[in-house]
Design a protein around this ligand. Structure first.
Ligand code: XMP
Ligand code: MG
Length: 184
């Protein structure tokens, strides 16, 4: 879905498809350099990281192993609470593995903080994070994020995997919604 297909639902475009594509290619090159000679396991966090995983992993020049987790963070509406439940766990054992968590967005950081601790308790060789987006003004915990695509303002965004009520994940860009969308 293109921005022009959004009609009046889209308020502004924060990141174009090209900007996202170029930045993920840079991050993939960095990841390849940093993990040279090691086999990194990409762990995508469903569902938002769907597009990031697809483009980041395809920007790599060698085969990478991928796995997925689904977690739900209890909280009302668009705010997370840090109380997390695993909806789908990894399919494999990660002990001794170099794990790279692939995320769409780090907002308060509460979900990721929980996830990093959970994965760390399984005895991996390392756990690092690659997130397309970060909202620095919203972060409530101090997290070490190794790879960050873009810092964005503290506004609710959709597109490129990010949803509002399960919609707009298929929008090619990252943008904000017009107020009337939330009102209905
Ligand atoms: P926290 O606050 O725990 O949030 O870092 C993590 C999860 O909340 C969702 N989230 C968003 N989803 N637009 C979205 O579509 C946003 O602006 C946004 N901010 C947070 C997302 O699932 C993220 O993994
Ligand atoms: Mg997410």
């Amino acid at each position: 879905m293109e921005p022009s297909d959004m009609g009046s639902d889209l308020e502004s475009v924060l990141l174009t498809e090209q900007q996202i594509h170029d930045r993920l290619a840079e991050l993939a090159a960095e990841i390849e350099r940093d993990y040279a000679g090691r086999e990194v396991l990409f762990v995508g966090v469903l569902k938002g990281a769907l597009m990031v995983m697809a483009d980041l992993s395809r920007a790599m020049t060698h085969s990478v192993e991928t796995d997925w987790m689904a977690v739900s963070s209890y909280g009302s509406g668009t705010k997370s609470s840090g109380v997390v439940r695993i909806l789908k766990d990894l399919d494999r054992d990660i002990s001794g593995r170099d794990v790279l968590i692939v995320e769409d967005i780090v907002d308060s950081g509460l979900t990721l903080s929980w996830l990093m601790a959970n994965l760390a308790s399984r005895g991996p060789a390392s756990v690092e994070v690659c997130t397309l987006l970060r909202k620095p003004d919203a972060m409530k915990v101090d997290l070490k994020l190794r790879y960050i695509g873009f810092d964005i303002p503290n506004e609710f965004v959709v597109g490129y995997g990010l949803d509002y009520a399960e919609r707009y994940r298929n929008l090619r860009v990252v943008g904000t919604l017009a107020p009337h969308v939330y009102a209905t």
